[in-house]
Design a protein. Structure first.
Lengths: 205, 575
């Protein structure tokens, strides 16, 4: 067995250099040259400041913005670092609820959420879509379904004084359909949509 | 369920099959030492590696030497990775200032990546430095995959050779797996993923100010290069805590398809390579069909259950019907861009293929939807399985299947012209028994010890499912989780680490023993009494053997976990 010590050790070290340094460094160089925007996280800037990433969801609670899905991400408790506190859309610590479908506390908190969302959107014209009251897998889902955007439309129309038809056109413009009409699901990028809303708002004023 | 979802399932199978056939032929050439189109680039590199590492590439090894080489290579890799994690605070490329990893977590993680499990008791972006992800995770993703592929090739040589003393050279098989198969594919996949939006940088975490004025810190890193190989090598260990549910680790429907295909691609291709290498392509096709049928059934059940949604939430007046405007179903722990169909294809494929990466959270699946990934692992990680390890596990079941067929007609069983005698059958049964022994043994201990019970996040039968899933995932070297379990504790880090070692090496050694024993045998020409192993009857028998062994072993505990939970959910009993 000792006879295998030398080749095993040398091979481990050589492969560590080749695959652990050479491969990722070469890929970083190549990716940064070919696709610089994507390689650095598809960041979005507004007036020279980074406002987020096109791929990462962020929290919105004001009535004049489209709201994203609930997020179950957490952060270290500032008072006690061994514990965590709820911190939605914490993009430095992705996480899901991992709630069991038969958990009493999960069903109760979902009921409370459903009541809250319904109260925030009293004029909604479509039934409440499930993605708007369930936490995503990453806690950073940048999308809501087109139905979830439609559900929030009357609230935003009233808060901003924009017609629903104009809003609907903005939603459609920020909806990503299935790739080739087949892959994935139709989805609305909430950050891009809200940025478009803000741009339209400032243009009118 | 709707037509759009079913179409995506069909597309997935079509792409995998269409790619796996030529890939299988190519890999057979690589392992037979034949010339390939990559030779002009990699042949000189390969020679240089052997020279630097004192590998006698022309010397073939007896199965015991092959096994020793494999063990030694794994142990040293494990030690290096453990050291990198413990020392990361002192090493460069650590812009987020991650501290040294705790000893029990470092042990668990080093074992996890060495055994191709990639169980993650840590959150990547909050625990590991960039350099650790590269020197530790990325390297192990290559080497553990190459180890599995090498073991398989040795076993296949056992069938293909006659009256031979050796089964190949471990180092050559591992190096060729990396240079000619894993590395070129990883380069192509990395670039495709970055094109679609996956980060690949060494930037510090970005600080953004959101539209509503809050501060958002966005984790970055060399993500794509690691994700490409974690999918291809059936590793599954994510760069980020939530793995491929993270929009940086799986930004679009295109990356989702690439990653889903990649996680099963090499395992599927190796089945066809097997046919080439034993000189009868029908044999590879038969095993492929058996695997594909079992995978399709699993996807179907999971999709059907998840598309139905959670009846408790539907009762709140929430719309769970899938349309072109909404994914519907049970969306807890799932991403909108993937919806139900892509989440369930992934869940079934990643557990069948022993990959263990996830794009949705299995813990929040409906009881029966979540039972599909659990059962896939419990059946032995042989439905495609890990690269190499899946097919050598499947061949073990084949040996049992032909043994049972032989008992029925009273003939000495044979497979591919090799007589299966008491020795091979005993070793095969040993491989099969180690599996439930580890899962049920550790699971039972966790269910009675306070340290085990403390980790469960769910009450009632779902808590049992969480623990059962953890030990199945570790022993099966899968790595996915019912992630509500608090697994970063001394108890779970150590017992799961041991389960991973058992599930890898206590199966590799008897498998290589079978390889050595078979290689020494003569090949008997088929006669009229030979049971054909390429037709529908054999495929049916093989599936039946796998399901019956899995069922007899695990049905009682499944009845106490997901099955009773399903019945309780139906009548509205919550925990």
């Amino acid at each position: 067995m000792l006879k295998q010590l030398l080749p095993s050790t040398l091979l481990t070290l050589l492969l560590t250099v080749l695959l652990g340094l050479g491969y990722p460094l070469a890929m970083t160089g190549l990716a940064g040259t070919l696709f610089p925007n994507q390689a650095h996280g598809s960041l979005i800037e507004k007036n020279g400041a980074v406002v987020g990433s096109a791929l990462i969801g962020q929290g919105f609670t004001k009535p004049e913005y489209f709201h994203p899905r609930p997020s179950a991400t957490t952060d270290a408790d500032p008072n006690d670092p061994t514990k965590t506190v709820s911190a939605p859309y914490n993009a430095a610590n992705s996480g899901a609820s991992n709630a069991a479908p038969t958990s009493k506390s999960y069903i109760e908190s979902t009921q409370a959420l459903v009541d809250q969302v319904k109260a925030e959107n009293p004029d909604a014209r479509v039934p409440l879509p499930v993605d708007l009251i369930t936490a995503s897998g990453s806690g950073l889902d940048p999308h809501i379904s087109p139905a979830a955007a439609e559900y929030q439309l009357p609230r935003i129309a009233r808060a901003r004084g924009i017609s629903e038809n104009e809003l609907r056109a903005l939603v459609t413009a920020n909806t990503e359909g299935r790739v080739f009409g087949i892959l994935g699901e139709a989805a609305v990028n909430v950050l891009k949509l809200n940025l478009a809303l803000d741009r339209r708002g400032s243009a009118a004023r | 369920m709707n037509a759009a979802g079913i179409l995506q399932i069909v597309v997935f199978f079509a792409v995998v099959t269409a790619g796996a056939i030529p890939l299988g032929a190519y890999m057979a050439r690589v392992y037979s030492g034949e010339r390939t189109w990559l030779d002009p680039v990699f042949k000189p590199v390969e020679r240089l590696i052997y020279k630097i590492c004192c590998v006698r590439a022309d010397q073939e090894q007896h199965w015991t030497v092959y096994a020793f080489s494999c063990l030694m290579f794994s142990v040293i890799g494990l030690v290096v990775m453990y050291a990198v994690m413990r020392l990361q605070a002192l090493l460069p490329l650590n812009p987020a200032g991650q501290a040294a990893v705790a000893p029990d977590l470092a042990f668990n993680t080093a074992v996890s990546f060495t055994t191709n499990t990639n169980w993650q008791a840590y959150g990547g972006e909050s625990t590991m430095a960039y350099l650790t992800q590269m020197l530790g995770m990325t390297v192990k993703n290559f080497t553990s995959a190459a180890t599995g592929m090498a073991i398989l090739v040795a076993l296949v040589r056992g069938f293909a050779r006659r009256q031979a003393k050796t089964v190949g050279n471990f180092y050559v098989d591992a190096v060729r797996s990396i240079l000619y198969i894993l590395l070129p594919m990883a380069v192509v996949v990395t670039l495709a993923l970055v094109w679609q939006g996956m980060p690949q940088n060494f930037d510090a975490y970005t600080e953004a100010t959101t539209l509503e004025g809050a501060k958002q810190v966005i984790a970055q890193g060399p993500v794509a290069s690691q994700v490409a190989i974690k999918q291809l090598g059936s590793n599954g260990g994510g760069f980020f805590n939530v793995n491929s549910a993270h929009p940086f680790e799986n930004p679009t429907a295109i990356t989702n398809l690439i990653e889903m295909v990649a996680l099963i691609f090499i395992a599927a291709g190796l089945v066809f390579s097997f046919g080439h290498m034993v000189g009868d392509r029908r044999q590879g096709r038969a095993l492929y069909l058996a695997m594909a049928i079992m995978l399709a059934v699993g996807i179907g059940i999971a999709y059907w259950q998840e598309a139905g949604g959670n009846p408790q939430i539907q009762a709140m007046g929430v719309d769970v019907i899938a349309t072109d405007m909404a994914p519907g179903g049970n969306m807890e722990g799932k991403e909108v861009r993937f919806g139900i169909a892509n989440s369930t294809i992934w869940a079934a494929a990643t557990t069948a293929a022993s990959n263990g990466s996830v794009n949705s959270m299995h813990d929040s699946y409906t009881p029966i939807g979540g039972m599909v990934p659990l059962v896939n692992i419990m059946l032995g990680e042989v439905i495609f399985g890990g690269v190499g390890s899946g097919l050598h596990g499947m061949i073990v079941f084949v040996i049992v299947a032909v043994f049972i067929a032989g008992l029925m007609v009273g003939r000495t069983p044979e497979y591919l012209g090799k007589k299966m005698e008491a020795k091979e059958v005993k070793l095969a049964i040993l491989c099969i028994l180690i599996f439930p022994l580890s899962i049920l043994g550790f699971g039972a201990a966790a269910m009675v010890l306070p340290a085990g019970l403390a980790g469960m996040s769910a009450a009632g039968p779902h808590g049992l499912s969480e623990v059962l899933y953890a030990y199945s995932s570790a022993t099966g070297n899968n790595g996915s989780a019912f992630a509500g379990l608090s697994a970063n504790t001394l108890w779970y880090n150590s017992t799961l680490g041991i389960a991973m070692l058992i599930g890898r090496f206590l199966i590799i050694v008897p498998t290589l023993a079978i390889a050595g024993s078979l290689a020494a045998k003569k090949i008997v020409p088929p006669s009229s009494g030979t049971f054909p192993t390429h037709g529908g009857l054999f495929i049916g028998l093989l599936i039946a053997v796998i399901v019956v062994i899995g069922g007899l072993t695990f049905f009682p505990v499944l009845a106490l976990g997901p099955i009773v939970e399903h019945l309780m959910l139906g009548v509205g009993t919550l925990f």
